[in-house]
Design a protein around this ligand. Structure first.
Ligand SMILES: [Zn+2]
Length: 191
């Protein structure tokens, strides 16, 4: 029976690179994959680009009100694997649909995403993924101190900030993120 995978990590853990590598491996064997990307605004980027330069077009952008099953339609019968980028932005019911797809149609789903936002709270999609996934895999990245980074700290004008909305759609504010371990996160928070 097909499995439902959630591969999670902080920002810059190389999730997109692994996703694109996985897509490549499937297609090299003549398998059909479908690439989904959850999008928080209507100007969603239809490409996935990894930091090392790999890129691939997204098959379907998934918006808040979308039904993944409706989007896939009858193509569901010809898919060997579904890959999902930015899975933290999925709605709870969309994660339920992916779980349904693995069990009802026997199609494996590999979702990649962040576990928590910059305030250490789980995203709606991530929480449901952690609840339903058959296989969880943490993708580590390294904190500036050398320990494993699990948290995403937000930086505005190069200064750590711990207030604001979890998702910022406004493109005018320049927001950066730094992956930190728990100790460094708390140190920055208490500064
Ligand atoms: Zn650290």
């Amino acid at each position: 029976m097909a499995k439902f995978h959630f591969r999670y990590g902080a920002m810059n853990a190389g999730k997109s690179t692994i996703l694109l590598q996985t897509a490549y491996n499937y297609e090299e064997k003549g398998k059909k994959i479908v690439l989904l990307k959850s999008s928080i605004d209507t100007k969603g980027d239809e490409k996935i680009v990894s930091r090392i330069g790999l890129e691939r077009k997204v098959d379907y952008l998934i918006y808040n009100d979308d039904s993944i099953l409706s989007k896939l339609g009858n193509s569901i019968y010809n898919i060997d694997c579904i890959l999902v980028d930015e899975a933290q932005f999925l709605k709870r019911k969309q994660v339920d649909e992916l779980f349904y797809i693995t069990k009802k149609y026997n199609v494996p789903v590999i979702a990649f995403g962040l576990r928590t936002d910059f305030k250490t709270n789980g995203f709606e999609g991530s929480i449901r993924l952690l609840e339903l996934a058959d296989e969880l895999l943490e993708m580590p990245t390294i904190c500036k101190c050398g320990k494993k980074a699990r948290f995403n700290a937000r930086k505005i004008n190069n200064k750590f900030t711990f207030e604001g909305d979890s998702i910022v759609i406004d493109n005018k504010t320049e927001i950066k993120y730094e992956s930190l371990c728990g100790s460094c996160y708390i140190n920055e928070f208490e500064k």
